[in-house]
Write a protein that binds this ligand. Sequence first.
Ligand SMILES: [Zn+2]
Length: 187
Amino acid sequence: MTSNAFKPYRGTSSKIELDLREELSRLLYGAEDEIAKGNVGLLRRMRRDEDGELMRCPCRNKITDEPDRDFFCRYCHGHGYFWDEYKIVYYRNDDAFRKSKGKVKEFEGVLFYFEWNADIEPTDYIVEVALDKEGRPLQPVQRIKVYDILSSDTFNADRGRVEFWQIRAKERREWSVWYGVKNRQHN
Ligand SMILES: [Zn+2]
């Protein structure tokens, strides 16, 4: 971290405050003196109809309303809704942050950090994809893990400005019947 990372807010008192938006941007995308540490991934967002309702997948059971759990549904991947995916860049912290902060409540999961202007909804999922040595997603895209979003918090500066998002997430459990099942068998 260099001294020029510290810059005072415009129009405030003489108080010098770290610009965390700028810091996270440097961390994610790199800078002259900093290697990019952001990960490219996907944000999986449930699709909504014109009324704003989530669009239900036809694999849902007509009686129980549950998504198909006997076979892997290639349309919704078991979410029970149609969805789209968008490229995202995040910073992930598995444990260093928690170990250094005794007061932070332990939880089984992962912390993801997003820029202040990130667009994230509670019904979204974070998808980890396989990357090459340069950090670019392999083609075709290989989805490694899917994370449920448990909660999201904004980290605000003293003046109330959102500096970044912290998302608590947990790896989504796949139903055991899916293991080894690649596609629905058509008989
Ligand atoms: Zn489905």
